[in-house]
Ligand binder design. Sequence first.
Ligand SMILES: [Cu+2]
Length: 313
Amino acid sequence: MSPRLSEPRKQVRRVLALAMLLLAMLPAMLLAMLPLHPAHAQGQEPVKIRIPITDAGFDGQSGEYTIEVQEGALVEITFVWSHQAYPLEEHIMVFEGYKVESDKIDAGHREATVKFIADKPGTFGFKCDLECDLHDHLQKGRLKVIPRGGGGGGASFSATTLSLTPSTWATGGDPVNITAVLKDANGAPVPKAEILFTIAAEFVGTKGDMEIGRARTDANGVAFFEFQPTLGIKQHKITAHFSRMGIYEQSESSVQIEEVGMPPVAYEVAPIGLESIAHWAPAVLLVVVLGVWLTLGYVLYQAIAIARLGCRK
Ligand SMILES: [Cu+2]
């Protein structure tokens, strides 16, 4: 007879096995409970560049002024107001190709920083966008993004969330105000971001998204859009899109607004009224013009008659 374990011993073994399993899973469970990465762009330390804006231009140069960064770098460029002879100068710096712009700098608010991930190689212009006295000397900034080659690496974009709230979820054809709010992963607002609004539509049997408007987020990350339902369909699916900008990853969000009662079809109502006006407008004009000429003629006739009476005396 082979030795057999008694029932209680079997039970102890089962409990021990379960405990071992739980112990093995503990690190994974702890990892899952850790907070997520912060929302800052990850991957590397930012490349920080300071550019004084002097009476002569960018860092004293009125011609081309070039800065260089590596592709994939997280870049922080700080413009520093450093005028001496122009105390009233104000500047806003814009980067072409990267869709970023600085806050306004002036004598009271001397520094503004733009942050972005240099994900596109090439040379891009940056310049002052305000009509300042030194405008011509602040047009030839160049950002040179040197290709990394080989790919891989580079800072990663910070996630964003876009939320939409319509003023009503059902409309009988009246305009609907849509509020879009763009936030980063920490819940901080993303300002100066362009939000593109589209509507799901069907053209000649092909379904697609049709652009219906654009709006820019304010300091609170809020953009407003007024939607005018004109398509006469049961449901309006409106989508807001935010494309990659600066250090922020793209995001989008949709709402569906129900049509209760068909809206008046735009091309029927207005033209009918206009057409009837167009019909009788020339006749009215003719009558008015004739009236004016008749009155003038009568006055002239009277004046001649009076003049003749005067001559006879
Ligand atoms: Cu300027």
